[in-house]
Design a protein around this ligand. Structure first.
Ligand code: FNR
Length: 387
């Protein structure tokens, strides 16, 4: 592959390689890394790849269709872009580019609480509604403000992330100085670089650095990253509990989805709180290192829920074949995180379109070779465990 061009990229690993070449080290590592020894990060991918498929033949697969409804939204395949913090740093106005790519391919885009671009900016630029991801903040007025922004900008699906009462320990970020004062220096440097022609990073609006669009009204000067970071660090709320889910349910009449459920009894509790769906997720191996992979937990969670709630899964999805594997074990659809970040860094909107299009082609091809035409025909019967 021409190392400089995403136009010949054929796999997530190709986009990752390109992202590594283009991004400053601290930012590549921030995207790529996981918690502690990164065991869970690796397990997410490896456990998926361990699931063997069954090749079925002579089944007339001429009418193949990957379209579906994902949390009430029509989608070209059962896949959405996961919320990623600071994605606007990976390419110029990065969340806008990714949201446009998602709309072009017909899959949902999720915007993180700590996105660089605001909900209003993403909404104005994209042809479809986005999903909004919420972290609980100590300042409940700020949470109310975020919910209002979400409503105002046409969001009807809220992903509430429950696996981050405290931040996981990411050693790559520590080694890169991202957690100490030098991080501010590095980000400021990245912002300076953004002014150079041809450089991808750009977090500036009208020449001034501008960070975390959804929360910029919370600090006096949104360009003062030091003040913003201090405010945010103190905001993550470790007291968050099931009572907050009931509170949120009362505040939010749209679709409420809990992201970060790994245990069957937590899934049942979520059902009890009146949520509309769950995402089986371990935050891409960035929180509790040593927790099982998501694909390993999925069958037990699906069995406990018995079809009473739609289940999405994320963590380690790197191909259309992985989408099929997750569906076979009970997920209605999947989210991808790092792959879209890598593609965005590799070539902006066009590269994300290319990535999504090839994931869809891989899913369709895998379905054909497993002998099915419709997503509803995908079940555990298509899989054979290797061990
Ligand atoms: C994340 N993730 C995440 N989740 C969330 O709810 N809010 C957020 O702001 C972020 N930020 C974030 C940044 C980066 C760089 C990564 C890699 C991940 C987790 C994300 O939504 C998703 O759960 C995982 O990325 C899925 O795993 P894969 O696809 O990256 O293996």
């Amino acid at each position: 592959m021409n190392p400089a061009s995403y136009r010949l990229a054929a796999s997530c690993a190709d986009y990752r390689r390109l992202a590594r070449q283009r991004l400053p080290r601290f930012l590549f590592d921030y995207i790529d890394g996981g918690a502690n020894d990164e065991q869970t990060l690796r397990a997410n991918c490896e456990d998926l790849q361990r699931l063997n498929l069954r090749q079925r033949v002579l089944r007339d697969v001429d009418n193949l269709d990957t379209r579906c409804e994902l949390l009430g939204q029509a989608a070209s395949m059962p896949l959405a872009l996961a919320p990623l913090g600071m994605a606007g740093l990976y390419a110029r106005r990065g969340e806008v580019q990714a949201a446009r790519a998602a709309a072009a391919v017909g899959v949902p885009f999720s915007l993180s609480t700590v996105g660089i671009c605001s909900l209003a900016e993403v909404h104005a630029a994209s042809a479809q509604k986005c999903w909004f991801q919420l972290y609980m903040l100590r300042d409940r007025d700020a949470v109310q403000g975020l919910l209002q922004q979400a409503r105002r900008n046409g969001c009807d699906t809220l992903l509430f992330t429950v696996d981050l009462p405290v931040a996981g320990i990411r050693r790559r970020d520590i080694r890169n100085g991202m957690l100490d004062a030098s991080w501010r220096g590095r980000l400021a440097k990245a912002t300076q670089l953004a002014q150079r022609p041809g450089w991808l990073l750009n977090v500036a609006i009208r020449g001034k650095p501008h960070h975390f669009g959804n929360l910029s009204d919370r600090v006096a000067d949104p360009s003062d990253l030091r003040a913003f970071k201090a405010w945010l660090d103190a905001q993550f709320d470790p007291r968050v509990s099931w009572d907050d889910i009931r509170w949120l349910r009362a505040q939010w009449s749209g679709r409420l989805v809990l992201k970060g459920i790994m245990e069957p009894d937590d899934a049942l509790r979520a059902l009890d709180c009146g949520v509309d769906a769950i995402v089986v997720s371990n935050h891409g191996g960035r929180q509790l290192d040593g927790v099982a992979s998501t694909i390993r937990q999925l069958p037990a969670v699906a069995a406990a829920l018995g079809g009473q709630l739609p289940i999405l899964l994320d963590g380690g999805i790197r191909s259309g074949v992985d989408v099929l594997r997750a569906r076979a074990l009970g997920a209605q659809g999947v989210l991808i995180g790092r792959p879209w970040a890598w593609a965005l860094a590799a070539g902006g909107e066009a590269a994300v379109v290319r990535l999504l299009t090839s994931l869809q082609a891989e899913l369709a091809t895998a379905m054909a070779l497993c002998g099915v035409n419709r997503l509803e025909q995908i079940d555990a019967g298509l899989l054979e465990r290797r061990d």
